[in-house]
Design a protein around this ligand. Sequence first.
Ligand code: SF4
Length: 219
Amino acid sequence: MTKTSRFDLENEPLPARIAVGLNKVGLALKFQGWQAAGQRGLSPLQGQILSMLSTARGGLKPTVLAERLAVSAPTISDSVKALTTKGLVERRADERDARVSLVVLTTKGRAEARAAAGWPDFLAGAVEALDEAEQEAFWRGLVKMIATLQRDEQIPVSRMCITCTHFRPNAHRDASMPHHCAFVDAPMGARHLRLECPEHEEAVVAARNATWKRFTSSP
Ligand code: SF4
């Protein structure tokens, strides 16, 4: 049984302190994002569009970009126009349906997307201060938090393992790699869980709920 310390009585509860800590990290990210974007002549939203397109095979519809980035269609339209003028993206007809127009990265845009994706490098340095076991526990907790926020419709949907039709949580006895990805037919550990996977296919609601229950029932 855990002993009680006077800090248990005087401190804010741990969930509240974790929320304050995350808020501080969020502020640091926002500040760095604005600085980095400004240096390259991009708005943070334009940087996010480039990052999102870099993980999508074959481009994305503007409506999908708006949905994933939780902004309005006119806002996406303005940013796509600005990125087109800069030569970073272009419109292309969808090969499956010529009536559908997709936003795709140009070669210049792909290079810029790699730089935009590097915005949180300063955070990666801080995360490296954690040892391997701490990183894995942190990653698992983070994935769980993001999935909860997504289920509560507080953040845009991301293409993460937990909502994927190919994800089989706790399918193996090996505690270091308990999960399974049916798409590549390979076991996965918590450290392998993805937040933005190009192969992701959204599972139906009942399957998502069952996956969530099975995933969160493990220690
Ligand atoms: S296809 Fe991608 S998102 Fe789906 S389970 Fe495999 S790695 Fe995860």
